[in-house]
Design a protein around this ligand. Sequence first.
Ligand code: R5P
Length: 273
Amino acid sequence: MDWGMKNRLSRIIRPETGRTVMLAVDHGYFLGPTTGLEEPEKTIAPLLPYADTLMLTRGVLRACVDPSTNVPIVLRVSGGTSILGNLADEGTTVSMKDAVRLNTVGVALSIFVGSELERKTLLALADLINEGHEAGIPVLAVTAVGKDMARDARYLGLACRIAAELGAHIVKTYYCDGFEKVVKSCPVPVVIAGGKKIPERDALELSHNAISSGAAGVDMGRNIFQSEHPVAMIRAVREIVHNNMTPQRAFDLYKTLSESEEAKGRQAVKAGL
Ligand code: R5P
């Protein structure tokens, strides 16, 4: 692996802890203006100081993120389908040349193992990895789970391993029972998506379980930006990922930070700001 590739990987997974808190805000590429991301700029800006990397699409990056930011960018480069159509029929939407031009530290593409389009998405991953190699850009493979697939260790282990065998540098998947097996049988770092919004305490528990089972971090979206207190939530998740905080202590931190945010809000209203 050359220097550029190693350098970019170290900007995704922090060398101090070997872990990462990726903030995923790419949902609009197939969901449109999903709750919490109606105005991406407003959602993203306050969270940036607490994200190790930001995962998003080219359009939102260009339109909604200040180019002077220091937060490394992982670019979603697959798409072309929507929630109304066949999601597995994605294609590659951004050239490697543009990913380089945008100064990204990684590119992300979904694979749909077990779908009728499995071969197409896996070969698209292989092509992206080949191009990433030439450019020194790591590839994050996202194991998308179709409606008919079980989110269990057998299926996710299969999808993660195939992604790693094709050469993905990092794999993003879902947490499941027996997750240690998924991590153990995947020779590259695994990060988890948060999935649909659940109560904060549960999302912290999920993050903790994933980390304890060997995950290298989270690539989390809705459980952060759909939280009533997104900044408090990402800060609590960070403590779990980087400092092994227990879910209960992280939840206490979330509550304390939320209360102080609310108090500041009340003061601002009082002062007429
Ligand atoms: C889905 O494929 C998107 O890439 C999201 O980035 C991913 O699902 C993570 O977001 P969430 O934590 O909301 O599931």
